[in-house]
Every structure is written in C-alpha cells, then in structure tokens.
Write a protein that binds this ligand. Structure first.
Ligand code: ZN
Length: 292
C-alpha cells in the first residue's frame, strides 16, 4: 500500500472556520479528552475543531454560544436529528425522544446548509464579555454570563452554585437612602448606600434574581426538552446536556473506527495511519472484502 501523505478520504479544510473532525483528528482528540473531567471534554472537541480560537477563548464563551458551536459540530459529524432516551421521574419507564437539534438550540443551519462542513452559521447567543445589570431588593448587581471555564473552575467546590455566582457577579452595591447618622446604613457605616457587597453576602432573594436573570439572558445555555411519558402520562421538562450527549457519540465513533483499523491491520498488515488515510468509503470497501 502506498501512502501519499495526504488524507485523501478526509473532508477538505481550507483553514478558515471550523475544521472537520476527520477520523485521525477525532481519534487524537478523543484520546486526549478522555483524560479530562466530563465538563472539559466538549471543550476539547471544540478546541480541536476551532484551532484558531483556542481553549481559553472557547472556555470564556457564554454557555449559549458554546452550545451552539457544539450543535454545529454535532450536525456536521452525525446530522441534525437526535434520538435519545429519558427516564420518567414518576414510573422510571424509559421514554424515547426524537427531535431536530436546530429547533432545540435555536441555532438554525443558517447560510451554510449543505456545505458539508461544520455549521458556521450556528454560533448565536450572548456575546463574550457582555454584562447584565439587575436591581433587586435594594441592590444593584452587575453580572456576566456563565461560561464553560466557570463550570471547570468550580469543579470540586463544596458549594458550586455559590462559587459560580461569585465568578459571574462582577460588582454589587447597596441602593437606597442613607440612614441617620450613627445608625446602620448611615454614610460610612455598614449597609450604607453605594457600599460594595461581595457576591457571597448578597441576600438569598437577590442571588435568586441574579440566577434567574442570567438564565433568561442566555436561554440556550441549557436546552430543555418537554417530555411526556406514554405509560403514565407524566409531563416534565428535562435538561438536554448536548456536551455529554455529543461526547458519547464521539466515543462510539472512535471505538468503531478503532475496530475497523483493527480488522484491516490484522488482514493486510497496514499501519493505523495508512488505514485512516484511506478515507471512510474505501475503508468500508476493504472491510467488505475482508469479511466476504
Ligand atoms: Zn411514566
């Protein structure tokens, strides 16, 4: 077997936009990402596909934008249709769910439908670096959207929700009229208007308002599925973790590809790099011949 040194079977990539997750890149990325915590694996996939963005920049993106990128990668790799299984919270029966990813994530296929590459038009949502200002219970709070980097940073924290809030609140001050001199809330005293309040000291109601406002501003951060159990008629909303779902698919693809390499290597004595360079169509033809 000759090796021309090119991945003849791999999709072409002209260096602009997302890079196709071709077999060799998929296997390399899968191997590296397997060693990471589950929340880091989707990030590793996107960093492989968007090499000019890099890990840091992708980790700093609001979750909605990040999810839209994952949806684009998933469409290019497997397609738009998703078949999943959920467990009914009432009867524990299994419920099959089928839906189009583009409808769920709000990331339509844009202008790049049919290009065969990852979906550039899929990147929507809150801009990186955007801030939100909310007023609740006598406090004004500035906050920024949750990112994948935040989720990674609070891993192992005793109180992840509070740690997440502390990272996303960029500033908080007390509002209202100053109190009488000598009283709490008087200028220069604790609780005075304009005094900065650490995120950890915000009242529970303010914290809840911040979390609500962040979720509303980034609605595609955690897509929800409306489910209906055919066995007991229970209806509920279930979050759809696209990152975990896509990772499981990437793992299946990687193991399937390794299985193909194994069969061809045994039959012909070819090296892994040669087999992957064949491309999927020719590889399947050789597999047919080996199995005939
Ligand atoms: Zn049920």
């Amino acid at each position: 077997m000759t090796d021309s040194g090119t991945e003849s079977g791999a999709p072409r990539w002209d260096g602009a936009g997302p890079r196709p997750l071709a077999d060799r890149l998929l296997l390399d990325t899968w191997e590296r990402a397997s060693a990471l915590a589950p929340v880091g694996r989707p990030l590793a996939l996107l960093a492989a596909v968007w090499p000019d963005h890099g890990w840091e920049r992708l980790a700093a993106e609001p979750l909605g934008r990040f999810t839209a990128r994952l949806a684009g990668l998933r469409r290019s790799l497997v397609g738009d249709a998703v078949e999943a299984v959920a467990s009914c919270p009432s009867c524990a029966g299994l419920v099959e769910v089928g839906f189009q990813l583009s409808l769920l994530s709000g990331s339509g296929s844009g202008g790049s439908a049919g290009s065969g590459g990852p979906d550039v038009g899929a990147v929507v949502g809150w801009e990186s670096g955007a801030e939100l200002s909310i007023t609740a219970e006598g406090h004004e709070v500035r906050c920024r959207p949750v990112t994948t980097g935040d989720l990674l940073a609070v891993l192992g924290s005793a109180d992840p929700a509070s740690a997440l809030l502390a990272r996303c609140v960029t500033g908080a001050v007390r509002l209202g009229e100053p109190g009488e001199p000598g009283e709490p809330g008087a200028p220069g005293e604790p609780g005075a208007p304009g005094e900065a309040v650490p995120a950890g000291e915000l009242p529970a109601g303010v914290r809840a308002s911040v979390e609500e406002a962040l979720a509303a501003a980034d609605p595609h951060a955690e897509p929800l599925l409306g489910l209906d159990c055919p066995a007991c008629d229970t209806q509920w909303w279930a979050p759809f973790d696209l990152g975990a779902f896509l990772w499981a698919e990437v793992e299946r693809l990687a193991l399937h590809t390794l299985g193909e390499v194994d069969v061809l290597a045994r039959a012909y004595g070819w090296r892994e790099s040669d087999i992957l360079a064949l491309g999927r169509i020719r590889r399947r033809r050789y597999l047919d011949l080996v199995r005939a």
